[in-house]
Design a protein around this ligand. Sequence first.
Ligand code: C2E
Ligand code: MG
Ligand code: MG
Length: 281
Amino acid sequence: MISNDFITAKENGARQTLNLRRALLGEQFMIYYQPVVDAKTYKVVSAEALIRWDHPELGIVTPSHFIKLAEETGLIIPIGKWVIRQICGQFVLWREKGIPLIPISINIGAQQLSQQDFTHEVRELLDYYQLDGSLLAFEISETSLMKNEHFIIESLEELKELGIKVYIDHFGNGHSSLSYLNSFRLDGIKIDRSFIHDISWKPENAVITSALIEIGHNLHINVIAEGIETVEELQYLQELNCNQLQGYLFGRPCSVQDFELVLKKGQISPIQKEMINDEKN
Ligand code: C2E
Ligand code: MG
Ligand code: MG
């Protein structure tokens, strides 16, 4: 006999799936942008696009609450397409406004990358919006690389031909990371936030981060550290010669309007920012 709890969970699941589908049709998703800066100059070199659900009752909902369901239901495919189209359209708007364009990284789920027509659709979008591929970077997880290796290698080569950069996200947090660096021609790694956190006083985190940065440098690929929250973490990463930095210290993910101010400024001083935050507190 099926318990009431199970039925409720099933009903909830069905309702949530319906809500997610409605969100897509009703254009309730939006993109937040988080800057990535050069570790030496603090120049804003790119930004990561992070999806948000502007829920009619709950307000702004972060992806940890819906990406898993989107993956389980396959809705991640149309949602993922929406994100890429949205970014391309945004580039056109910025171009029209005369705002200087910088590359935007987009998170690409494993299912999306495994789609036969994925690279073809990206090529079509770039053509349609008359955009250079170098304006896009894709962040993929190690799990994406584990499936159908031959097909993924081909897809990544096609993306490279378009000028799109490919980074491994959450690097160090998945499986057999190192072998992937050999098999796939990647442009960079994003070191997972869990290693950066407390780096200045937690020896385990410091050792791992330092090793990951060295691997990246020896392979001549870009190394981006994520989740920098304190000046101590920043200074430590600078000593290790990490190339690029992303984290609350430089700015939280923000709306397109706020991000345009960042783009116009072009540089973020973390020290000044800390002082501004202090004043608010
Ligand atoms: P991610 O790609 O590793 O993105 C970085 C996450 O770390 C973001 O969480 C960001 O808000 C958060 N973060 C950045 N700096 C800091 C910091 O200094 N401290 C702390 N505590 N957190 C920081 P968010 O936006 O909630 O996204 C979570 C994950 O959801 C992303 O991790 C990514 O895997 C996934 N995701 C986001 N947008 C998309 C999307 O459009 N498509 C897909 N498939 N996945 C997405
Ligand atoms: Mg990412
Ligand atoms: Mg990441």
